[in-house]
Design a protein around this ligand. Structure first.
Ligand SMILES: Cc1cc2nc3c(=O)[nH]c(=O)nc-3n(C[C@H](O)[C@H](O)[C@H](O)COP(=O)(O)OP(=O)(O)OC[C@H]3O[C@@H](n4cnc5c(N)ncnc54)[C@H](O)[C@@H]3O)c2cc1C
Length: 420
């Protein structure tokens, strides 16, 4: 393999992971990021979970009905702002058509393989980096408030077992034995022992540091505004800080990727799925295991290394709008008390609210690989709720693609041209 210069657009967890594994494969890398070195992104304030438990794609039966049901509740965890947008209608139509049982059967084994291989990457990186990002391998608890939710999660657990992912239904007493430091008011839980959690900020910071130490070039405060192409060949990328050249280009701009790719006539149907998190620096109780409050769709993660406790949730499809909607944040805060009575909404008073835009494809799978219309352009985006979890495996697979090696996992379903 000959070493190439690879330019990656976007310094979130996906762009950095692609850069890191490409550098390890012997390539020179340039990361072009519109933000400054201390910029915020969706990759920082997320819940930090590594989730083999998430093998059901977002586009699954029942999701459309659920979306319609919850649309009118301002505090609900899922919301699509109705608006006359061609992109939204097109995305919604594709989502509805894909959300079938057959699609779940096809996508689930791939999501399992990606998640388990991704988890293995984190374990290896933790060993190599002296666990600088606090990987905790204690699993994940799906905490159910109602018998109905427990029954549904129990069915998912059986399905997980059939796919080779361990999962176990627990009574409230069994859950309390696993999590003795947390007061819970629940009907039961499902335990996924292979899930993990970590500090996303520390992971991104360590990736950045290792890239810089390895000789990667960072072009901060450089927004990609256009491209120069000659036929099937991208000659250069135009940024607010000047033109940059490379042998290969990778678009990893998160929710902004369709906009970045637009000038190249690349068609990546995507919506931004806004989520929020609030982090208690000195929580009243600190769990050992990360959890999801199932009916409320709130993630609860003890942040390793600093003793904080993060609560995250909601999926608002409202375009590239980064404003904070207090009603949705209230929805998260009010839900916590119902499952974890030691916490009250008062605990969250004056706690800063973080928000991030997830890049959400209409079929629940990311776009990873080369685009057909050019010989030196690839995409790595659309990871929705799993971008941290799948970051390293995406980087590893992309490094194989860029090096001309066969990818370790069949990437056919991730084809970025699948809707073209
Ligand atoms: C509340 C919440 C909780 C979550 N919890 C989890 C979790 O527990 N586990 C998990 O796996 N995932 C989780 N996620 C999802 C995860 O955070 C995302 O999937 C992931 O961060 C996406 O990474 P990215 O690199 O694709 O995008 P981003 O992090 O958004 O990075 C994209 C980068 O591209 C840059 N950019 C954009 N346009 C341009 C341009 N024109 N020129 C140059 N640069 C540009 C942006 O500035 C940004 O830095 C959560 C998300 C939210 C909102």
């Amino acid at each position: 393999m000959s070493a190439k210069t690879i330019l990656i657009v976007g310094g979130g967890v996906i762009g950095l992971s692609v850069a890191y594994y490409a550098m390890r494969a012997g390539h020179r890398v340039i990361i072009v990021e519109r933000g400054a070195p201390d910029h915020d992104s969706c990759s920082l304030g997320n819940a930090g979970m590594v989730v083999p438990s998430h093998f059901v794609p977002l586009a699954a039966p029942g999701m459309v009905a659920y979306g319609l049901r919850t649309m009118w509740n301002p505090e609900s965890p899922f919301y699509i702002r109705p608006r006359l947008s061609r992109d939204l209608l097109d995305w919604g139509w594709k989502f509805m058509r894909t959300a079938t049982a057959e699609w779940v059967d096809r996508a689930a084994p791939l999501l399992r393989d990606l998640s388990l291989a991704g988890r293995q990457c984190f374990i290896e990186l933790a060993a190599e980096w002296d666990n600088a990002f606090g990987l905790v391998q204690k699993g994940l608890l799906m905490l159910c408030k109602t018998e109905h939710a427990l029954h549904e999660e129990g069915a998912t657990a059986k399905r997980a077992n059939r796919l080779g992912i361990p999962a176990q239904v627990l009574t409230p007493e069994e859950t309390a034995r696993l999590e003795p430091n947390l007061t819970m008011d629940i009907a039961g839980a499902v335990y996924f022992p292979h899930d993990c959690h970590l500090s996303p900020q520390r992971f991104v910071a360590e990736l950045t540091r290792r890239l810089i130490d390895g000789g990667a070039q960072f072009r901060w405060c450089a927004e990609v505004v256009g491209w120069r192409a000659d036929g099937r060949w991208i000659e250069s990328v135009c940024t607010s800080a000047g033109e940059l050249q490379a042998d290969e280009y990778v678009i990893a701009g998160g929710a902004w990727s369709p906009r970045i790719a637009h000038a190249l006539r690349a068609y990546l149907p995507m919506q931004a799925g806004k989520g929020y998190s609030v982090t208690l620096r000195q929580p009243k109780q600190t769990p050992e295991i990360c959890a999801i409050l199932v009916e409320a769709r709130v993630a609860v993660t003890p942040m390793p290394l600093d003793g904080a406790l993060r609560f995250g949730g909601t999926m608002e499809i409202v375009g590239l709008d980064e404003s904070i909607n207090p009603a949705r944040v209230r929805g998260i805060v009010n839900a916590v008390h119902r499952y974890l009575p030691a916490f009250s909404p008062e605990d969250f008073r004056d706690v800063p609210v973080w928000r991030g835009l997830r890049p959400v494809s209409p079929d629940g799978l990311p776009y990873v690989g080369r685009l057909r219309s050019y010989d030196n352009l690839s995409v790595a985006t659309g990871h929705a709720m799993m971008g941290l979890s799948l970051g390293p495996i995406t980087g590893k697979l992309m490094a194989q693609v860029l090096s001309g090696a066969p990818p370790a996992i069949d990437m056919t379903l991730l084809d970025p041209d699948r809707f073209a």
